[in-house]
Design a protein around this ligand. Structure first.
Ligand SMILES: [Zn+2]
Length: 475
């Protein structure tokens, strides 16, 4: 049996990807101005990173940690209590690589001494206009990065969702009272200030656009007036307008994250129940009415996505953090199969490998020519399982199916995610080479497709020049 030198293969992949140009198909990166405004130190940076979920799971005293009015040393003590328990997780690996390579951390782990060094480096990056380019282009070889234009909308973990019924309770009882102040608080609009960044427009707010209280949100985010349409034909027009305008404003895809808060079962559409939502008072509605309306909206979105040539990204799999929907395998992608089958003209990009149900997704991608898999987040969630996943996917799926994204707020974490993904990919490819399934040239080709070429084929609009760097959402 041949033994593949991992370090050599990793370096060969790194240099080839740098040359070919990385296409990172999913990020939440803040613009430089937004980052400077937020001005995070290490502790705030951690609070916005994936590592946060591991720390909370390990029992972090979040009250002590988050209290910005207390001295750094006190907040650090809370962190120090749980750090040893998460030294070995995938989320920590991403941070370690970022802090080590970009923030001057010495040694393998964050400690009291290196925390100050990393904190100072992060604060310096907040002010350094050249930092994003130096990392994304200089170190990662980014050619294109697709950024979620809005974060939020379905972020009901802020409201403590654990079951699907909580989503409908939120829509019927909480959301109607939240007419103002959602944007900037729970829904954050991203500025795009990098020439290689392209927006993906989240259409989640259309799902609850029947609510009067959501009219200004839909106007600000999608440039549509949802306040008047009281029948489904009118609503079809609104959805088409939203999608057409998104395409006209330079969006390269659409995104939906409703799988975070409701079942992915989407049909058939009960039009009468859906229309009831538009013609009744909130206190006359039941979850069944709203589900019918959401299903109607999503089918219309999928239809319009095909019409305007925008791939549709859908969150699948686990939700983020301690809150979020956990019941009834809600994240399972297999439940989307009928929906995908009923829209053969739409390009679907299912995200996060439907973690941990990646095998279901793999089989679906085998069945549908219009289905691609964005593996962002999956490598971080379980890097060891991801090695097995990549071995399996690369021996069961066409090489054109798989895409990679970082899925991070801060550039440092995106960098760490890429370094980790390259390690996972290297290991999976090395094992396939050792099994004589592929040779080295084929291994490199698979890596380049994953990191570089597949993303640009699936999101062809991303290749075009940027048309939207705007600080403001389309109006
Ligand atoms: Zn994401």
């Amino acid at each position: 049996m041949v033994t593949v030198d991992r370090a050599e293969l990793n370096e060969a992949i790194r240099t080839t990807v740098m040359k070919a140009g990385l296409c990172d198909v999913h990020e939440h990166l803040l613009s430089r101005r937004q980052r400077a405004d937020r001005d995070p130190g290490l502790l705030e940076w951690i609070n916005s990173s994936y590592l946060w979920a591991d720390l909370v799971s390990a029992g972090l005293d979040t009250t002590a940690f988050l209290d910005a009015s207390t001295p750094f040393s006190q907040r650090w003590s809370a962190l120090e209590e749980v750090l040893p328990a998460v030294r070995h997780t995938g989320y920590m690996e991403v941070c370690r690589r970022a802090w080590g390579d970009l923030c001057g951390m010495e040694g393998r782990h964050l400690d009291a001494r290196s925390a100050g060094v990393v904190d100072a480096a992060i604060r310096q990056h907040n002010r350094d206009q050249a930092f994003s380019d130096a990392v994304l282009v200089g170190r990662c070889g980014v050619r294109r990065v697709l950024v979620d234009y809005q974060v939020g909308g379905t972020a009901v973990h802020f409201f403590g969702q654990t079951e699907e019924r909580d989503w409908y309770r939120y829509l019927l009882c909480v959301r109607p009272k939240l007419s103002e102040g959602l944007i900037g608080k729970y829904t954050i609009v991203r500025e795009l200030d990098l020439s290689y960044a392209r927006p993906v427009v989240k259409i989640d707010s259309l799902f609850y656009g029947w609510l009067e209280a959501a009219a200004s949100e839909n106007h600000q985010l999608l440039g549509v007036d949802t306040s008047r349409a009281r029948d489904l034909d009118g609503w079809s027009g609104i959805i088409e307008t939203a999608v057409r305008q998104a395409a006209g404003n330079g969006a390269v895809g659409l995104k939906n994250a409703h799988n975070c808060c409701r079942s992915p079962v989407l049909g058939p559409v009960d039009r009468r129940a859906a229309e009831t939502v538009l013609r009744s008072r909130v206190d006359q509605l039941s979850p069944a009415h709203i589900i019918a309306f959401e299903n109607f909206v999503f089918h219309e979105v999928a239809r319009c996505a095909a019409q305007y040539g925008l791939p549709l990204q859908i969150h699948t799999g686990t939700t983020y953090g301690a809150g979020g929907l956990s019941s009834a395998r809600a994240g399972s992608a297999e439940l989307l199969a009928e929906f995908i089958q009923s829209h053969p003209q739409t390009t679907f990009v299912l995200m996060h490998a439907s973690w941990p149900y990646w095998g279901e997704l793999e089989q679906m991608a085998k069945r549908y020519a219009n289905l691609h898999l964005d593996l962002s987040w999956a490598f971080m969630l379980g890097p060891t399982e991801a090695i097995r996943m990549m071995q399996s996917m690369w021996t069961s799926l066409p090489a054109s199916k798989l895409l990679w994204g970082g899925d991070c707020y801060y550039v440092e974490e995106s960098y760490g995610a890429l370094v980790q993904a390259r390690r996972v990919v290297t290991e999976a490819l090395a094992r396939l080479m050792e099994m004589d399934q592929i040779n080295e040239a084929e291994a490199i080709d698979l890596a380049v497709r994953l990191f570089c070429t597949n993303g640009l084929k699936v999101f062809p609009r991303a290749v075009k020049d940027a048309r939207l760097h705007a600080a403001n959402p389309p109006a």
